[in-house]
Ligand binder design. Structure first.
Ligand code: PMP
Length: 361
């Protein structure tokens, strides 16, 4: 009816169809304003309602208390790699980072550029980042401990968050925010580019605990200082209004259609389980991540040869299963099955995988 494919892209990624239809239906005249959401002022009552609702829903979904501020920034998660150390570990302090792949490596590089002493508390590089390390060598008085909660490229995810004995946790949750419930209390900072689980590209959700704001040194550029966004409710300058609006709609869908993060988690487990069960049974497909570290968001796997992998990706697309090629840095195949990826899409993929194995295995 919509000529839409089952979209397994890693990000920008699939959005709930009902959200896209809502956008379409209200695109020319937003809430009786006589203007499109792309035409209203970011200081208008129409946009006030959008951003306030997005913040309130984030607070409810994640169970955030008043100590946490919810902000919307530009520059993607990549800018947070620099802002976190710049704001929270000034003057050469020691910071702990767990290196679980490409994005953690980039975060570490930015902390080094900021002049931090980086202690890599654990790394899974020895086995090509195919697992989440369990033993961490933490610095007792580190400014913070940084982790990447879900490793989009390597297909691993922290099953539970590490104990840090009161040192604030900082997490890049770009590829699994809002996919499962967790206790936010140990976190000083959470950031997530919206374009995987909560919206389109162009906005990064940032959740910051107020006590960390006291550490921010004087003299930072205004736009790189978290306080600027806290004090001006993310509107010191013109924010990405349309992207924030889509985030609001996705969060509404999560609360009202899905029913919250417990329900989302159950559905995500069911979806990922269908693919991992097949991978575990198969002698043709092979999962690349260790069983105890597997991502529920990005399922990475290999076929017996690169030629078969190319054929798999191409034939899948012919029947409307798109985006299954692994990241260019690792090769192989990857099914990104974020919140909005429907059970029916995963079932169609599993069926195709079985057929492909029968024909080529
Ligand atoms: N962190 C993770 C875990 C990611 O998956 C990505 C994007 N794929 C990034 C950071 C970079 O995000 P952005 O493009 O928003 O800077």
């Amino acid at each position: 009816m919509h000529d839409r494919i089952h979209n397994f892209n890693p990000g920008p990624a699939v959005l709930p169809l009902s959200v896209l239809e809502d956008i379409q239906a209200s695109f020319l005249n937003f809430n009786g304003s006589g203007m499109s959401i792309t035409e209203v002022s970011h200081r208008s009552k129409w946009f006030d309602a959008v951003i306030e609702d997005a913040i309130a829903r984030t607070r409810r979904l994640l169970g955030l208390d008043q100590r946490f501020q919810v902000l919307f920034l530009q520059g993607g998660a990549s800018m947070q790699f620099a802002m976190a150390p710049m704001n929270f570990a000034p003057a050469g302090q020691t910071v702990d980072y767990v290196n679980t792949g490409t994005w953690s490596t980039k975060a570490i590089k930015e902390a080094e550029i900021q002049g931090c002493t980086v202690n890599v508390a654990a790394s899974s590089e020895d086995r090509n980042f195919s697992y989440i390390p369990r033993e961490l060598d933490l610095t007792p008085n580190a400014a913070y401990v940084h982790i990447t909660s879900n490793n989009t490229i390597k297909g691993t995810q922290w099953p539970a968050f590490p104990e840090t004995a009161g040192v604030p946790l900082i997490a890049d949750m770009s590829s699994d925010i809002m996919s499962r419930p967790f206790d936010a209390a140990p976190f000083g900072l959470i950031y997530a580019g919206a374009q995987k689980n909560i919206g389109p590209s162009g906005v990064c959700m940032v959740i910051v605990r107020e006590d960390l704001l006291e550490r921010i040194p004087a003299g930072l550029p205004t736009m790189l200082n978290y306080t600027t966004y806290v004090n001006k409710n993310s509107r010191y300058n013109t924010p990405p209004c349309f992207a924030i609006y889509v985030v609001q709609l996705v969060l509404k869908w999560l609360e009202e259609t899905i029913g919250g993060l417990d329900q989302m988690d159950a559905l995500n487990r069911r979806k990922a389980g269908l693919i991992y069960d097949l991978l575990d049974r198969s002698e043709f497909f092979r999962a690349t991540a260790d069983a105890d570290s597997r991502s529920l968001m990005n399922v990475t796997f290999r076929l017996p040869s690169e030629a078969l992998e190319a054929r798999f990706v191409a034939e899948a697309l012919e029947i409307g299963l798109g985006g299954l090629k692994g990241h260019r840095s690792v090769g192989g195949c990857r099914a990104s099955i974020y919140n909005a990826s429907e059970l029916a899409a995963v079932e169609a993929l599993v069926e195709f995988m079985q057929t492909f194995e029968r024909r080529h295995g």
